[in-house]
Design a protein. Structure first.
Length: 256
């Protein structure tokens, strides 16, 4: 597999992009520990000095890979949520609209062969599987604002839902969608066809959104959950950061 070469604005930029593209492929195929810098330099057709010049270390390279993809992805998610909230003029959004704004951008990225988004989605699946501390910390910090904004929107859309129960349902929802995006083996066994090649993002969304909405709005469990006191979250203004806590970290690590 040959990494995509982006139009350079100079030799330095072209070299940096080649390293990032090759690293996405190698880390996704072999893991963050097993993929060596020697293999990376061979794939990117650069020397080791170039890797150290642009990134300094393997950890810094991993961080750069995620930042390159997650920053525009999260900006697109928040932009879609902003547009929905502006159109609603203070009214609660529908759960379906919130889900589409959150998962639509990443689903389109997973099926985008031209920009290399599909490579990053494979890498993201590997990151969740390996669960290295540095990766966990990176994902948590990247998703704090996004998770807070979308969780606040879901609270308003589902006012009857206790806080703890909604946190669990978001956790399940993110896990299900992550599998749809990054792992289709089971689907292929059931359906006997290649999902990635036969389905467009819009078609997948038509199937997954009703499924996830049904899970979010299902009746509450009987074992005392309905009696749980709900604590309303503080609705923050756009761009106002807030640190993640406790169970929220599980949601943030799955948010892609």
């Amino acid at each position: 597999m040959h990494p995509k070469k982006y139009p350079p604005s100079g030799d330095s930029l072209n070299t940096r992009e080649r390293i990032l593209n090759s690293a996405e492929v190698l880390f996704a195929e072999h893991g963050f520990e097993r993929a060596s810098l020697r293999a990376l330099t061979a794939a990117a057709q650069v020397n080791l000095a170039a890797v150290h010049y642009h990134f300094g270390s393997k950890v810094a390279l991993i961080r750069a890979i995620f930042e390159r993809r997650l920053a525009p992805l999260n900006a697109e998610r928040l932009g879609e949520l902003d547009a929905l909230e502006d159109a609603a003029r203070g009214r609660p959004l529908t759960p379906a609209g919130i889900i589409e704004a959150f998962f639509g951008p990443v689903l389109r990225m997973s099926m985008n062969l031209e920009s290399g988004g599909h490579r990053f989605i494979r890498l993201l699946g590997r990151a969740h599987a390996e669960s290295r501390p540095v990766i966990r910390e990176l994902l948590e910090s990247a998703y704090v604002e996004v998770v807070e904004r979308f969780r606040a929107a879901l609270y308003r859309a589902l006012p009857q839902m206790p806080e703890k129960e909604l946190a669990w349902r978001m956790h399940f929802m993110l896990g299900a969608m992550s599998y749809v995006i990054a792992g289709t083996d089971a689907v292929q066994l059931i359906a006997s066809y290649e999902v990635r090649k036969s389905e467009h993002p819009e078609s997948v969304m038509k199937r997954i959104v009703p499924f996830l909405v049904a899970g979010l709005t299902a009746p509450l469990p009987d074992a005392g959950t309905a009696k749980t006191r709900r604590i309303e979250p503080q609705i923050r203004t756009r761009g106002e950061p807030r640190s993640a806590r406790g169970a929220e970290r599980r949601i943030e690590r799955k948010a892609a």
